[in-house]
Design a protein around this ligand. Sequence first.
Ligand code: 5GP
Length: 177
Amino acid sequence: MRPHRIEPLIEAEALAARVRDLAAQISADYQGRDLLIVGVLKGAFVFCADLLRNLHGVHTQVDFIACSSYGVATETSGVVRILKDLNAPVTDREVLLVEDIVDTGLTLQYLQAHLRQQNPRSLRTAVLLDKPYRRQVPVQVDYRGFEIPDLFVVGYGIDWAEHYRHLPYIGAVRFLD
Ligand code: 5GP
């Protein structure tokens, strides 16, 4: 790995408070209804778990989809591959796609199209971190945690070459070379 240090960007308490806010909005929007939560592995697994534990009055089911676009680099390749698909089709279900970061928008655009092909009754998207300045394609985001600057971030489930997922906060990788 290139020489670097991790600089805290969003503290654990701020993450917890914002996730509670998002969960309150989602709970209000889907009150008393069935909702299939689709977490995007691996980066969204912590966000997804925390979101789920803060929902109230929603009948939830959970599934996961795994995709890759980065490999071990820190720049998106723009080519999205599905590594693990959902266990069951989402036809006629109310679906909430839960993703860690929207950057160029290519990954979300691909995943939303993939789910829409299966004719869900509704499809909304929750994203923890948004880097709006880097968008290459417009994508719909219904629940957004934080807007962040154009930094490479890790922690709270998000990795750099499989490192740093365990950090309880979001940190920015500062390269020293
Ligand atoms: P996009 O396709 O929108 O350019 O990129 C979205 C995906 O790239 C996210 O799902 C995330 O996995 C990854 N990504 C984007 N920015 C970062 C970042 O700062 N750190 C890490 N670890 N992954 C990122």
